[in-house]
Design a protein around this ligand. Structure first.
Ligand code: HEM
Length: 261
């Protein structure tokens, strides 16, 4: 155990910690973007609201959530430490206007990109996560056809009424159909993304995410010495197309969809 702590405190250990936490966060992004695709469904928010009930009540996922919060904090603190250490080691900026260091813009600005993402995540959590867990928000009831999952009827229950009735998320059989009761987080997302400033903030942040992952994903494999000749092309391809293009583009498409539909 002491050896593990000693290793994690060393320069190499800190880079490993950055790589491992970064890859865990990349995995989270795949799950998060996939689940959020339910926002594009034209079902009055049923699929998305049900997905959030599952994500916030299923015990194994709740445990993974705590690991996720810890990972974000460790990745951020360790990142700040490594950037500060690099700046101390190289206090004079590269001379000349041209970048002749053989490095990319993203790799030289990981600290700034990471800071943009930290601000984004803090704002994002206050917007949605805090609102869902601790805020007072409207609920929704859906009557759903049991065989087809088609929404037959939907009704909003105000936050005040939901509180007075002490509502809990539930699914019940009702004359051959289903009644589903859940918090209307879809409504919170829909309202937030009607504001062009919020949408602009999300889209710009996703640009930051794209550049952060363009360098970060490939760099993690390099740090862990897993970027052998055989896999180099594959890792570069996944890092570029999946993590720097598809995932940020899908995330950015969500606020744009609500603003423009
Ligand atoms: C624009 C697209 C996005 C939308 C619409 C969105 C929506 C949401 C919503 C509604 C929640 C609260 C419900 C839940 O826990 O599932 C949430 C949680 C969260 N989001 Fe996002 N999100 C987006 C992009 C992102 C990005 C790009 C990141 C990270 C860089 C991120 C990080 C998180 C984290 C860490 C949580 C807390 C998860 C948990 O409690 O387990 N989100 N998001």
């Amino acid at each position: 155990m002491t050896n593990l702590f000693e290793f994690l405190n060393s320069s190499v250990g800190k880079k490993w910690l950055m790589a491992l936490t970064g890859l865990f966060l990349s995995l989270f992004l795949i799950v998060h973007v996939s689940g959020n695709l339910a926002l594009f469904k034209d079902d009055g928010g049923l699929a998305f609201n049900q997905y959030t009930v599952f994500m916030t009540t299923f015990p194994p996922i709740k445990i993974i959530s705590y690991l996720l919060y810890a990972t974000i904090i460790i990745h951020a603190i360790n990142g700040f430490y490594l950037v500060a250490k690099n700046m101390k080691a190289r206090p004079v900026k590269y001379e000349g206007k041209k970048n002749n260091t053989g490095t990319t813009w993203a790799s030289r600005n990981m600290g700034i990109l990471g800071t943009i993402l930290l601000i984004f995540i803090a704002t994002h959590l206050i917007h949605f996560w805090y609102e869902y867990k601790f805020g007072e928000m409207d609920w929704k009831t859906y009557v759903v056809e049991a065989t087809t999952d088609n929404v037959l009827k939907e009704e909003v229950i105000t936050a005040a009424d939901a509180k007075a009735q002490n509502l809990k998320p539930a699914t019940m059989d009702y004359m051959g159909n289903k009644i589903i009761i859940c918090k209307n987080l879809y409504g919170v997302v829909e309202t937030a993304f009607k504001d062009p400033l919020v949408v602009a903030f999300y889209v710009i942040s996703m640009l930051g995410l794209s550049y952060h992952l363009l360098h970060g994903f490939q760099s993690a494999f390099q740090t862990l010495s897993l970027r052998g000749k055989n896999y180099e092309g594959l890792i570069k391809g996944i890092g570029t197309f999946v993590f720097a293009i598809i995932i940020p583009a899908l995330f950015a498409a969500m606020p744009i969809y609500f603003l423009t539909r």
